[in-house]
Design a binder for this molecule. Structure first.
Ligand code: PLP
Length: 418
């Protein structure tokens, strides 16, 4: 018997896959992604199948710390001392280096900080405790109402069903400040505790209105939960990130901050910072992925520890300034409609619009030896496809200018052909 699909009951995920499938299939079929390399020298990678050499603009290790000799040495030494992993939840037992890292992260972020193997697990650990009124510094009056930025990273969006167990979720475009303010006001006046959820630095462009979010939280006695994965390290005192830089390096009691140790920081993992030590203790005793999940791998703890020393030294400002200079240089040569043009973050989107065109341009860039990411729906809105460029301290000015030249050539030729 033929199985009939009831289109009325299609879930959001199937619906989204259906809308994106044509372009997603095309990017694979055109071989414009899904490469693997077996040699790497800074930004130069050699593909293992063909030996083709490329400059990559894909990795988000913006400060270029991932192959710093001090960090690599620390990781190797820790393997010799402790092995590759200690396969037990940290509540039971952990290598001492775990405590050393936590203490350094607390100094960097100016607040108690707990690590998890990924940023996504930070969300899964902390949002339920926050919504359940289980974090002492973040009391909930009545019930929470989550106000979720429409452009928040997928790692938060996917938790909508989890969030709804604790209170309603409203999705709002935080770039529309009036709409954001009205939403927080309305739910607060209905007696809810409003918790805004957003990225600090958008992975595909845009910056959170951090000051507004904290003002709203203070005014309506709510909280701001901000994921600063892409802002970590590249800005702020000791590399504490974009969000804390916007707040003059002072950790307010209305903030819950997540940071990534896997992008500019130079290791892997995620970290969540909370206002009080009692919140920290509560997370370590009751957060699901902490008590029922494993720790970070030992070399990555040691790598993060060595990277923390760099963050806690003057060297971090030299690295941040170098990156800033490269971003200015890129902006001086890139088309003015480039996404994030002039923004103080190292993510740029060479704007194309049409998905299929973006795939073809990316494919040609690949053939010329430039590996970029095609960003398309659902990562960005439909019809707003772009070539995503992650600028790093390891790129030379020549790498950047050649990429822009090639892009301009392909983009113009493609335009004429249409
Ligand atoms: C803003 C943001 N948050 C979270 C994540 C997910 O990080 P993780 O892989 O550590 O879960 C990403 C990944 O790129 C991201 O861009």
């Amino acid at each position: 018997m033929k199985h009939e699909i009831n289109t009325h009951n299609i879930n959001w995920l199937t619906n989204r896959i259906k809308r994106s499938e044509q372009h997603q299939e095309s990017v694979w079929n055109n071989r414009a992604n899904d490469f693997s390399f077996d040699k790497r020298d800074g930004k130069k990678v050699t593909l293992n199948e063909s030996g083709h050499k490329m400059i990559e603009f894909m990795s988000c290790s913006y400060l270029g710390l991932e192959d710093d000799p001090r960090i690599k040495f620390a990781a190797k030494k820790a393997i010799d001392q402790y092995g590759v992993t200690f396969a037990a939840a940290r509540t039971r037992m952990r290598p001492e280096i775990t405590n050393v890292l936590d203490e350094k992260l607390q100094r960097i972020f100016g607040a108690p900080t707990i690590t998890f193997p990924t940023v996504g697990l930070c969300h899964l650990a902390v949002l339920p405790l926050l919504g359940a009124n289980e974090l002492p510094s973040y009391p909930i009056n009545n019930k929470v109402h989550w106000i979720l930025d429409q452009t928040s990273h997928a790692s938060i969006q996917i938790l909508r069903g989890v969030l709804e167990q604790f209170g309603p979720v409203t999705r709002v475009n935080f770039a529309d400040i009036e709409c954001l303010k009205n939403s927080v006001k309305q739910v607060s006046e209905l007696g809810y505790t409003a918790i805004t959820l957003s990225d600090g630095v958008g992975s595909m462009g845009g910056l959170a209105p951090v000051k507004v979010l904290l003002e709203l939280a203070k005014k309506y006695r709510g909280y701001a939960y901000i994921d600063d994965a892409h802002g970590t390290s590249i800005m702020g005192k000791n590399g504490a990130g974009y969000v804390l830089q916007e707040l003059d390096d002072d950790f307010p009691r209305e903030l819950v901050l997540t940071s990534s140790l896997a992008k500019a920081f130079g290791s892997t993992g995620g970290a969540v910072s909370v206002y009080g030590i009692d919140d920290d203790k509560r997370i370590r005793k009751y957060a699901n992925p902490y008590i029922f999940g494993g720790p970070l791998a030992i070399p990555t703890i040691a790598a993060a520890d060595a990277a923390s020393d760099i963050h806690l030294s003057e060297e971090i400002y030299t690295l941040q300034n170098k990156l800033k200079r490269s971003c200015h240089y890129f902006d001086s040569i890139a088309p003015p409609n480039t996404v994030n043009h002039g923004n103080p973050v190292p993510i740029r989107g060479l704007f194309v619009g049409c998905e299929e065109r973006a795939i073809q341009i990316n494919k040609q860039l690949m053939q010329k030896g430039y590996a970029c990411t095609v960003a398309m729906y659902p990562t960005v809105p439909e019809g707003k496809a772009m070539i995503r460029v992650a600028i790093s301290n390891k790129h030379t000015d020549t790498d950047l200018s050649r990429l822009v030249d090639e892009f301009n050539q392909f983009a113009n030729v493609e335009e004429m052909a249409l």
